[in-house]
Design a protein around this ligand. Structure first.
Ligand code: AMP
Length: 437
């Protein structure tokens, strides 16, 4: 299948060709014709499978038929909402690249940065608004944005946008939109209660389900290292010293992430932290440095769990397990994207047994439990169920990667990409187990 048959204009097809996209991903092939036909849509597909293009491309075609830009309407015609600022920036970047031959006016509206430039952009007029709900509400209150001409509403990471945290803001945004509009929901997961809620503000939505709910890419290898809580940091340093891959580490609290980042830096690693207490500048810089390879290790709260597209991220480590099993899927979705291989390691203490059980139950797949020599916990993990419960004795050396010290110190994109390509080639994808205990 090629993009040519999906009903997109030459201006969009040209942009896609320039991006190197030749074949639509399954969610794109399924969603694009439905969106072009004006249908409301609930689409669930694994993260990293091209959802952004699946909604951006038909959106652009609907707003600018045949790639023709209409006279500027001044009021935004499409609203894309995302749960985090980083994701808003990323989506806006994608929209911009797909629409480069149309010359679309779009703006991002999120908190942590000045209102002024956003107000100026809105005043000049934009067609497509990409926003996080909080700052959008600020603009609504100040009457610096007018949502009365919105034709298409898109919720990215829709399950998060409609959960308790965002729901009050979402209700206010929805009440400011015309009833006559197209609504598109995209998410990796669609819990039943979210679906029921969504049905209240959608018109006979079509459903697309590409992935099994709560599934992760098959290219990701999962591994648990049981460890005493107070030895986690040393185990992490040990793992990082053996493996020079670009690594995203998830911690539970903002303070914990800061502390861990400092400790990693003290150990000579190039690390940065990203969480909700950081200024937007710091968050943007941390992510940019990580993407460019200037820092090797990014320590994050779940703020970075959703949607972020980090090219060729080989490894995610859960320093702490997430409190909610679904968040494991989102975290792990940062690696193994677009068909590449990924490794997901979780450091699990005795107190986290229950969380791990939930994750295994939800994934419906076993996760290799591998003791790392010298870091065996005083209490073995108790996990009932098939396989997986018996830890294997692993030598972390058998990760078989180059020590971090030998990694190229390149800080340009080029070096980074080449180094990552090399690293990926020796990613075995097998547990580092040698002999069963
Ligand atoms: P997303 O799920 O939207 O975050 O996309 C994941 C990654 O896949 C991004 O880096 C996209 O640039 C890339 N991508 C999306 N669609 C395609 C396609 N049809 N062919 C190749 N790469 C794609």
């Amino acid at each position: 299948m090629s993009f040519d048959t999906l009903g997109l204009s030459p201006a969009l097809l040209r942009a896609l060709a320039e991006q190197g996209y030749t074949t639509p991903t399954p969610v794109q092939a399924a969603a694009i014709p439905l969106v072009l036909a004006g249908q409301d849509l609930m689409a669930s597909a694994q993260t990293g499978t091209g959802k952004t293009a699946a909604f951006s491309l038909p959106l652009l075609e609907r707003l600018y038929p045949d790639g023709k830009r209409l006279p500027l309407a001044r009021k935004p015609r499409a609203l894309i909402l995302t749960p985090t600022r980083e994701l808003a920036a990323q989506v806006q970047e994608s929209v911009r690249s797909y629409s480069k031959h149309i010359g679309v006016r779009s703006a991002t509206i999120f908190g942590g940065v000045g209102m002024g430039p956003q107000i100026d952009a809105l005043r000049r007029g934009v067609d497509i608004l990409v926003a996080t709900p909080g700052r959008l509400l600020d603009h609504m209150q100040r009457r610096t944005v007018d949502l009365s001409a919105i034709e298409v509403l898109i919720l990215d990471e829709a399950d998060r946008m409609l959960d308790m945290g965002f729901l009050p803001a979402m209700k206010r945004v929805l009440s400011a939109l015309p009833n006559q509009r197209q609504t598109l929901l995209f998410s990796a997961t669609f819990p039943t209660e979210i679906k029921a809620l969504a049905n209240q503000f959608m018109r006979s939505p079509q459903e697309i389900q590409i992935a099994k709910p709560n599934s992760v890419a098959s290219t990701v290898t999962h591994r648990v290292h049981p460890v005493n809580a107070d030895a986690k940091r040393d185990l992490l340093l040990h793992l990082l010293s053996l493996d020079g891959s670009q690594t995203l580490i998830f911690g539970r609290t903002k303070h914990g992430c800061d502390k861990l980042t400092k400790q990693l830096e003290k150990s000579g690693l190039r690390a940065a932290a990203i969480h909700g207490n950081k200024s937007q500048n710091q968050r943007t810089r941390a992510l940019a440095d990580f993407k460019s390879g200037r820092v090797n290790v990014l320590v994050a709260t779940d703020i970075a769990a959703r949607g972020l597209d980090i090219d060729q991220l080989p490894m995610v480590i859960n320093f702490d397990l997430p409190m909610v099993a679904e968040d494991y899927v989102h975290r792990i979705g940062r690696t193994g994207r677009a068909g590449s291989e990924g490794l997901a390691i979780s450091l699990v203490s005795h107190a986290e047994e229950g969380l791990l059980r939930d994750i295994r139950k939800m994934l419906k797949q076993d996760i290799a439990i591998v003791n790392v020599e010298g870091f065996e916990p005083s209490h073995p993990l108790r996990l009932e169920g098939p396989g997986g419960a018996r830890p294997q004795q692993g030598r972390a050396q058998q990760h078989n990667r180059r020590p971090r010290a030998q990694q190229p110190r390149g800080n340009g994109d080029h070096d980074h990409a080449a180094a990552n390509k090399k690293r990926r080639s020796y990613r075995g994808g097998k547990p580092a187990a040698s002999r069963p205990s």
